[in-house]
Write a protein that binds this ligand. Structure first.
Ligand code: ADP
Ligand code: MG
Length: 626
């Protein structure tokens, strides 16, 4: 479904002109790259055939003659031996200060603040989270370029729905460092929903349950006209598969009576075994078990772990995710029965206990047929393909919406809304305006954002002036103001006088600098004051109309007063005086009544002027010229 097309009909790219566009899931634990090939979205494997790239970078000691770093599986394998220089979960540091990083001192490497930003101390010097992420992104970029044997045109990169501006900007910066053109950042739950094709399905509310390695995210999306809106997000940024590993490791240590402090590498080895054991348990039948073996503090641990034991020792974690699900439903103001479908995302949703807990809660089978590790990247690739202009006309995805209405200031400090809030982007909308005064040759345009009716209560985005309008009577000029918002949310506003073709335009970035909280506050404000705004708007409009009526009458009198009998003139003067006085009133109805009275009182005068105008126009012209 498409509301707007990007490419002109007949101008779609030939197959050989296709641009290589990929979707990248830059995950806390794993990252993946996917692309649409022959109409199917698929993850791209590395040379060894693996699609998953561990989001891990190890920096080597330059003093040892090393100039390099290891990325992915190699780095992961070295984590046990070199935890201090092996950076995992760097996503938690993106766009944060050290104090904002949850459990920063529990990380196996050292995080310090540098110029208000959390950075990592490594043997190869300080590394920003953007640099570390750029290593991962560059590895995926090269994978894509090798696989298509072509340069990468651009990528859609996914971020958690709750990422703020700083975290999103840090992600864009990382992509830039990796030489990647970011087509768009999209929310992970939205990408997962696209991968399941929910955007082509029936409208309604969907829940996306994403349990990854280190984070749990639950998002409630509403699908309307093929567009997903995030209704609410929740979860726990310090709860994920790793916690299941730790809970299992702690349980095994307790069973085995190990009570000594472990070294960093012993702990890493223990967790690696716990993870292997946990993942193996997902595949065994309900009564099965898996052997846990590790060599800790000189002691050989051998523990058979049954599925039931694993589920019991991790039950508090599963319960915590379900509590977060209940909370997010409350935040969204809905109940579980309002949810039309549930999408499972993240490697940890392979655990059967998670699937059954979620299924039981919502009273429906969650969607699990796509690989839960891949689903985010697959959806991002579909979006990237569309944004790169590769998909056929009419195939476009419209996923993002404009958070606050966009409009322009009109006379009296009122806002005329042109693009309503929640309009899907890309979008283009136009409206015609006219001049206020006779002979007006310039029009000042003020672009504003917000839901309130008065300019003073909205956010000013840009001002520009349209000059060179041919002098005409007030109201005769037709000025078309068009708002265009492209796929990146970049707004441009153009104003064109239709008769003469004179034009002016301005580009603005509407979302810039507004956090979700600010947007929420502005909306809240607009609901709370809607009634007050309606009254204020009516008053302003009445005053503008009255002013226009007075100006028009004065100008008519200046030119054609000789048409009037003294009594007629007297009546008009009285009505004008009454209207001028009524402007002091704060009751719109009083002003409107006086305006109407003047309009009625000048009807005959207006007719006489029109006759005179026609006679003047006809004078001296041959019949065929008329
Ligand atoms: P992230 O989004 O945080 O990068 P992923 O979605 O890749 O994370 O999930 C990684 C987590 O999934 C790890 O904790 C891993 O142990 C877990 N996981 C992967 N496969 C399985 C499985 N078969 N059973 C249980 N957990 C699994
Ligand atoms: Mg993930």
């Amino acid at each position: 479904m498409a509301l707007l097309q990007i490419s002109e009909p007949g101008q779609s790219l030939d197959p050989h002109q296709r641009r290589v566009a990929v979707g990248i899931d830059l995950g806390t634990t794993h990252s993946l790259v996917a692309a649409v090939r022959h109409g199917v979205s698929e993850c791209l494997p590395d040379a060894q055939g693996q699609v998953i790239l561990p989001s891990v970078v190890r920096y080597l000691d330059p003093a040892q003659g090393n100039s390099g770093r290891q990325i992915g599986f190699d780095a992961l394998a070295a984590q046990v031996d070199d935890p201090a220089n092996t950076i995992s979960s760097v996503k938690r540091l993106m766009g944060r200060t050290r104090a904002q990083v949850v459990d920063a001192d529990k990380l196996p490497y050292t995080v310090v603040d540098d110029q208000g930003m959390a950075v990592v101390e490594t043997t190869a010097g300080r590394k920003t989270p953007m640099e570390v992420s750029a290593e991962i992104l560059a590895a995926l970029r090269f994978r894509a370029e090798d696989s298509f044997d072509d340069d990468l045109y651009g990528a859609v990169i996914t971020v958690p729905a709750y990422f703020d501006d700083a975290q999103r900007q840090a992600t864009k910066d990382a992509a830039q460092l990796a030489g990647i053109n970011v087509l768009r950042l999209i929310n992970e739950p939205t990408a997962a929903a696209i991968a399941y094709g929910l955007d082509n399905g029936s409208e309604g509310i969907y829940a996306i349950y994403d349990l990854g390695g280190g984070t749990f995210d639950i998002s409630i999306l509403r699908l309307t006209q093929g567009v997903f809106q995030v209704m609410a997000t929740g979860g726990d940024s310090a709860l994920g598969g790793d916690d299941y590993d730790q809970a299992l490791a702690a349980w095994v240590l307790a069973q085995q009576g190990v009570a000594v402090a472990l070294s960093a590498s012993e702990r890493a080895a223990l967790h690696a075994e716990a993870r292997r054991c946990k993942e193996a348990l997902s595949a065994v039948e309900p009564a099965g078990s898996v052997a846990f073996t590790a060599n800790i503090a000189g002691q050989q641990l051998n523990q058979a772990v049954t599925k039931a034991q694993f589920e019991a020792c991790t039950a508090p974690l599963t319960a915590r995710t379900m509590a977060a699900v209940r909370k997010v439903l409350r935040d969204a103001g809905i109940t579980k029965d309002d949810v039309k479908g549930v999408v499972m995302v993240g490697g940890s949703t392979r655990m059967p206990v998670i699937r059954s807990a979620v299924g039981a809660f919502f009273g429906q089978e969650p969607l699990t047929n796509l690989n839960p590790d891949e689903v985010v990247a697959l959806g991002a690739a579909i979006q990237a393909n569309a944004l790169a202009g590769n998909s056929r006309d009419g195939d476009l995805l419209l996923l993002d919406v404009i958070p606050l209405s966009l409009g322009i200031e009109t006379m009296g400090g009122l806002v005329e809304r042109i693009v309503p809030r929640n309009s899907p982007i890309p979008t283009a909308l136009a409206q015609d305006f006219t001049t206020y005064q006779d002979g007006q040759t310039a029009l000042a345009l003020h672009v504003v954002q917000g839901e309130r009716d008065l300019v003073a209560d909205c956010r000013s985005l840009a001002r520009f002036v349209l000059r060179g309008i041919p002098p005409m009577a007030a109201g005769a000029a037709r000025i078309r103001v068009s708002f265009t918002v492209d796929a990146d949310g970049l707004l441009s506003v153009a104003a064109k006088e239709q008769g003469s073709g004179v034009e002016a335009r301005v580009d603005v970035k509407p979302a810039y600098g507004l956090s979700d909280e600010q947007i929420a506050a502005m909306l809240q404000d607009s609901f709370a004051t809607a009634q007050q705004d309606i009254a204020a708007r009516a008053l302003m409009e009445a005053r503008v109309d009255a002013d226009r009526m007075i100006v028009a009458t004065r100008s008519a009198l200046a030119g054609d007063a000789d048409l009037l009998e003294p009594a007629e003139r007297q009546t008009i003067d009285t009505l004008m005086g009454q209207l001028t006085q009524s402007l002091a009133s704060t009751d719109a109805a009083v002003i409107e009544a006086a305006t109407d009275a003047l309009a009625k009182g000048t009807e005959a005068f207006a007719a006489m002027r029109m006759n005179r105008g026609i006679q003047r126009a006809l004078a001296g012209k041959k019949l065929e010229e008329v």
